[in-house]
Write a new protein. Sequence first.
Length: 378
Amino acid sequence: MKYKAFQDWYHEGKIKHLLLFEHDGYLISPPFATERCKEYNKIMKYDGTVSYIDTELPPATSKTNSVIYVNGSSWFIPYGIYDEFNTVLQLKNDTPIYHTVELKGKGQFYSGATNGVTGFSFPLGYEGTQYALYIENDKPKVIPFESLEKAHMGTIYANGKYWSMPRSDVPGYVNLVSFDGNDFEYYPVPVNTNVTRKFTDLIAIGDIIYSLPFGETPGLTECIEFDTNTHVFSKYTLNVPDFAKKFNSMVKLGNNIVGMPYGDEFCDDSNYGVIFNLITKESKAIDINIGAGGKYRYRSGIEYNELAVFFPTGSPQYPIIVVNGNGDVHSVLHYPDIMFGRPIIYQNQLHVIGYNIHTEKHYLYVFDSNLEYTLIEL
C-alpha cells in the first residue's frame, strides 16, 4: 500500500472507534468519528457481549483521544481536531453526564492523567486552546496556560504532580512543566533548542521521569531523565542513528524502556527502535528492517506477557512488532487490511480494536499469550 497520511484517513475512512478503556470492570470505547461519520456518538460497551450506550455528543471529528478514571467515573477528554468541541463527557455507571467548558478550541487534549481523585490534561491545541483541563469534585474547569500552540502532548502523574515534556512545533520552547492542582512550574530541558517537536510522551518510574527523543528533524539523540525531587536533569546519548521523528511510544519492559520509530515520510533511514536500560543507562538499536520510508507510527505500545507489543496506529501497511526483554524482535505480525487502535490488557488478554479499511467494519481483536487472536465484530 502506498503511504497515506493519517489526516487522509480522517477524510476517507469511516472510523467510529479506535480507543479502548476499562470502565467499572468492562471495556468501553468512546466515539472517535472521522469526517464521514462525524455525527457518530455512541459508546461501545463490551462485557462478554457487545452493546452500545447512546449519547448526545455534538458532531465533531476525532471526538475523544483519551479517557481517564476519576473518582468513580470515566471522563472523555475532548480532542476535536477540526471542530470547536468543548463538551467533556462523564460516564457514571452507564449514564452519560455532559459538561461544557467555557473555552473552545481545535485539537485540544491529546492525552490525560489522573491520581484517582483529580484528572488533568496539558493542551496540545491545534487552534485556540491555550488552556489546560482540570477535573476536580466531579467538575471540569479550564486553567489558563500560556504557551505556544502544539507545545505539549503527553501528560502523566508522578510524585504529587502532573507533568508534560515539551513538544513544541516552533524552535525555542523547551519547558518540562508540572502542575500540582494550583500552580505550574517550568523546568527547561537542556537539549538542542532549534529542533521542533522535541518530545511527545514520557514515562514515570517511581519519582523519576524518562522521555525518549522524537524530533521533527535530526538533532536529538539523548534519553532524558528527570528527578522530580531534586529537579536535576540527566542525559544519556542513545546508541541509535540520528534520524528524524524517532520514538513516539515507550514501553517499560523489566528494567528497560523500549521505543519504536515513528518515521518520516521523506526519509528512508528511520528503521531503528531502541532499548534503554534503566540500571546501566546503556542502549542499543533495534533494526525493524523496514527502510521504505513513511510514517510507521508505532504510537501505541503495551507490555504483554513480558513482551513489548507495538501497533502501527494509523498505518495499516506496516506490521505489529513484538520485542523481547533483550531488545530482539520476537515476532512481526502482518494485518495489511486492518487499522489498529490503542491496545489494553483486559482479563489477562490483549484487546485492541481493528478497522478494516476495505469493508469499513470494526472488530475487537483478542490476543492470547501466544499472540493468537479471536475476532468479535462490533
